[in-house]
Ligand binder design. Sequence first.
Ligand SMILES: Cc1cc2nc3c(=O)[nH]c(=O)nc-3n(C[C@H](O)[C@H](O)[C@H](O)COP(=O)(O)OP(=O)(O)OC[C@H]3O[C@@H](n4cnc5c(N)ncnc54)[C@H](O)[C@@H]3O)c2cc1C
Length: 566
Amino acid sequence: MEKRKRIVVIGGSAAGPKAAAKARRIDNNAEVTILQKEGDLSMASCGYPYYIGGYFDDRNMLICTPTGVVRNPQFYLNAKDIAAKVNTEVTAIDRKLRTVSFRNTLTGETGEMAYDKLILATGSVPRMPPIPGVELEGITTLQSMKDADFLRKVRDEGKIKKAAVIGGGLIGIETCEALHLAGIEITVIELLPQLLMFLDWELAKLVENHVRSQGANVITENGIAAFLGENGKLTGVKLQNGTELLCELAVVAIGVRPNVKLAQACGIEIGETGGIKVDPYMQTSDPDIYAVGDCVETLHRISGKKVLAPYGDLANLQGRVAGENAASENCVTFPGTIQTGICKVFDYAAGATGLSETTARRLGYDHIVTVINASPDKPGFMEGKLIVTKLVADGTTGKILGAQCVGPGNVNRQIAQWAMAILGGLTVEDFVNADLPYAPPFSLAIDHGVASAHILQNKMKGRMKGISCAEVHRKVTSGESPFLLDVRQPEEFEQMRLGIGETLMPLGALRRRLNEMPQDKEKEIICYCKISLRGYEAAIVLEGNGWKNVKVMEGGVMAWPYPREK
Ligand SMILES: Cc1cc2nc3c(=O)[nH]c(=O)nc-3n(C[C@H](O)[C@H](O)[C@H](O)COP(=O)(O)OP(=O)(O)OC[C@H]3O[C@@H](n4cnc5c(N)ncnc54)[C@H](O)[C@@H]3O)c2cc1C
């Protein structure tokens, strides 16, 4: 009888089970085993914030199939003929003998298992700040099911009144919302000048404004210096500027690092980023060992550099590749990431794909063009909701490099379409005539994304001179005095206005009132409206009448990230 191939997978959350299931589908005869340290399998970690926030109450929903079957060892055995050992921590890998040693975390029992192919899916570990007080009771991360259970208990008990979330990244922001929904007063503390570093500053600021508007506190540009406590329990946090905040709970969410302990100990090559080095087959420096998910470093498809990309979708895609290759010959590859991500921020979503302006500049792109577009995602009569997009393209080739989108509207669709545009190597010119699905319940006739490309095309052809809100703010605060023209209706102006010395002149009246405009035709004039569509038309009217230095403030009032007069 043909010898059965022994495929052993270490790690049983996202990437591991996906690899095991794919290996089983490819080789029906293989012996497939998952060794999982925790007591649960296939946990939907991305769902933890929503369990804590009370979107659903049944913990099993985090570990069950779409049809409601809990993915426990019995399920793996019956449905997939995979032996899944839980509470089983792999303690060492012997690459010469091709064995792994493991220990039962409940009983302490140890054992060994031989493999022909090994797949490492050991995930990541949360970073902890090296500051006094980290051992106090009341400090947690949100990385494991145990953490989720703890924070859900906090919600259910309802005793905690104040909490601090350390770190304003994706997990920090989702945790902020979850705890806020649990009735806890939250302060998010971020060392950097902005939340959500995958966004450029001006879009991150819109997100921050929204978080504050929901009642959460946000402190930026101030790190944590110490956790304060009494009798072993957390009572507060001290910030680097000396401020002390009272809190009984702190959730540390300052990022994760790849869990490479086992790989490192057995001499598998680790990359410069700190993740396990893999080739496109997800094969490590040892041909019998593959690695997938948060523990590896991944090729960035635009920059060509290795990056850490701890995302659930990539973990599954990589798991599928490694499972197939381990079960057969190396035959499928994983091409890399463009770091597409999205997160829910109360009633907003915030997403990004490809390069932000900041990252593009850091990577040395010296001729990039950007645009900010704000508009509803569908018509007003279908209750369209605002979305604000920033598009980044290579000014020389026109290639789309990145897109970011925030707002209460359908951010997900925008980011998904830009991700495919980037993967397909599309240019702004290609996207201006994109044939996307349209009907009023779903989008505008000219989709928000297509309109963003139109504006960028106008800018690239010199038909529109755009200026960012940040640049306008800089000009106003540094004492420059451009003529600021708000072309909305008086009612709109009454409801909401910037109060930066602007003149109100509705677009419909502009042609009649040109005599009220600066008589110096060289004077810098900056036009805007709610989303700067009328602002653009006003600029065309002014240019047509001889004014030479007319700009449009991109995204209009809706993209203004600074405090407004009204
Ligand atoms: C709160 C939260 C929200 C998130 N939201 C999103 C999101 O919205 N979108 C998104 O794309 N990503 C999100 N992520 C990230 C996503 O969950 C991870 O990228 C994904 O889980 C990585 O899968 P993995 O299998 O590589 O690692 P993990 O899911 O971390 O699993 C690794 C497993 O290996 C086990 N293990 C480790 N060492 C050993 C050992 N020695 N022996 C045996 N077992 C071991 C661990 O116990 C763990 O269960 C979120 C993560 C968290 C924590």
